[in-house]
Design a protein around this ligand. Structure first.
Ligand code: ZN
Length: 404
């Protein structure tokens, strides 16, 4: 260094470069404060102090009337509200809870539980939906007591449930679990491989980009359990195919009870293109590296979600896929398997948006499908349909490999 000034500039540049490369990404959405709201006179406690909770504020309007405020993590936001809180009371009593949503969306009738295992819908007569004309909020009449009453928008399948499922399925000798990366808040993004590790044919499955989309997780588990089960067709399929499953793409969003976003404040299913989020980059890097293995061939990409109905978002039949016309053949197989099952197909849905299915189709040349189960479809039905859908998928894929 010729002068102290040059030396100073050099050190400043090194420090700047170091910070810009190594700086940890910071959350772009405000984290919900986990706490209890205690109403001393009534002995009532509202809590959001648990994984997956969403309750932003709580206030007492009258003696037995409370207002809960539910605010999404981000805006603008998709109109798919999530709420989850617990209420206990020193004495048994009835209260009215009014739902105050700060952003557009409709609070659905809650599912309630006293232990987090047995769930039931709140009785219809105890629920009054919001009325936008009269400007009255949705209202629930709840019986509360010493055991906390869980009040959730949907029966939950949380991070622990999904972790337990992965642990259980990974006991099978033909499976392998790996951590492919970390979310912004440091949660493991886990990947499950099922089947012959030397097979060159691949199916990719991802899920839970959107935290409240629980029937999507139930469908994913039912589908994957079918591939892992001890049947002739599943065994044949596992011999020819490796199934790669990333069950939770957005673990931070699930933990923090988000409506939609990652902790980075982005809808990850609009980020398969920009790849601004660490979570989508982890998924991309893992799947692309597998697809680049010598002789690897990707046959299908499925992304499990929930919406108002059972629907498949697909490419159009004229969009060439490998295997040829897979989607048309598969949906026909599902309909034959369940003649009374009413589902829809929307070809070319959101095809200009950077969704996972469009990215997968363009990247791998295989069908990229968003598989949506209705929020209101029962877990039992979702499992049954997902099982049949997996059997029909395996049938087509085995036809493909046997004809080669
Ligand atoms: Zn979704």
């Amino acid at each position: 260094m010729k002068s102290p000034l040059t030396f100073f500039l050099f050190i400043s540049l090194v420090t700047f470069l170091d910070q810009s490369v190594c700086a940890e990404p910071q959350p772009k959405v405000p984290l919900q404060a986990r706490k209890e709201w205690k109403f001393e006179n009534e002995g009532i406690v509202f809590s959001n102090d648990f994984s997956g909770a969403r309750l932003n504020d709580c206030s007492q309007i009258e003696k037995n009337i409370f207002k809960v405020t539910i605010e999404p993590e981000n805006h603008p936001i998709n109109r798919s509200p999530w709420y989850a809180f617990k209420i206990s009371s020193a004495k048994k009593q009835s209260i009215q809870v009014r739902f105050n949503l700060t952003h557009p969306g409709i609070a659905s009738k809650p599912k309630i539980s006293l232990d987090g295992r047995q769930w039931q819908p709140l009785e219809k007569k105890l629920w009054t939906p919001a009325d936008s004309e009269k400007k009255t909020p949705a209202t629930a009449l709840l019986e509360i007591g010493a055991a906390p009453l869980w009040v959730f928008a949907h029966q939950p399948v949380g991070l622990q449930d999904l972790d337990d499922w992965i642990t259980e399925i990974s006991k099978a000798p033909f499976t392998k679990i790996s951590t492919i990366g970390k979310s912004m808040e440091g949660r493991s993004i886990r990947q499950l491989s099922i089947g012959n590790p030397n097979a060159n044919n691949f199916i990719f499955i991802i899920g839970r980009q959107h935290p409240p989309e629980i029937t999507g997780s139930v469908g994913l588990m039912g589908f994957v359990d079918t591939i892992a089960k001890d049947s002739d067709s599943s065994k044949k399929f596992r011999k020819d195919f490796q199934t790669i499953v990333i069950p939770v793409v957005n673990p931070d969003g699930v933990e923090h009870g988000h409506w939609r976003s990652t902790l980075g404040g982005v809808d990850s299913n609009r980020d398969f293109g920009p790849f601004t989020q660490v979570e989508t980059r982890v998924v991309r890097d893992s799947l692309v590296s597998i697809a680049k293995l010598p002789k690897a061939r990707v046959f299908l990409f499925l992304d499990f979600h929930s919406t108002s109905e059972d629907i498949f978002y697909t490419q159009r039949d004229e969009d060439r896929t490998f295997p040829v016309l897979f989607t048309q053949r598969w949906l026909k197989g599902i309909q034959n398997h369940f003649p009374d099952y009413a589902f829809k197909r929307d070809s070319g849905h959101n095809e200009n948006l950077p969704t996972s299915k469009t990215w997968a189709y363009k990247t791998f040349g295989a069908a990229g499908i968003t598989y949506e189960f209705g929020y209101g479809t029962s877990f039992d039905n979702v499992r049954k349909i997902a099982t049949g859908a997996a059997e029909e998928m395996m049938k087509i894929m085995l036809e493909e490999t046997s004809s080669r």
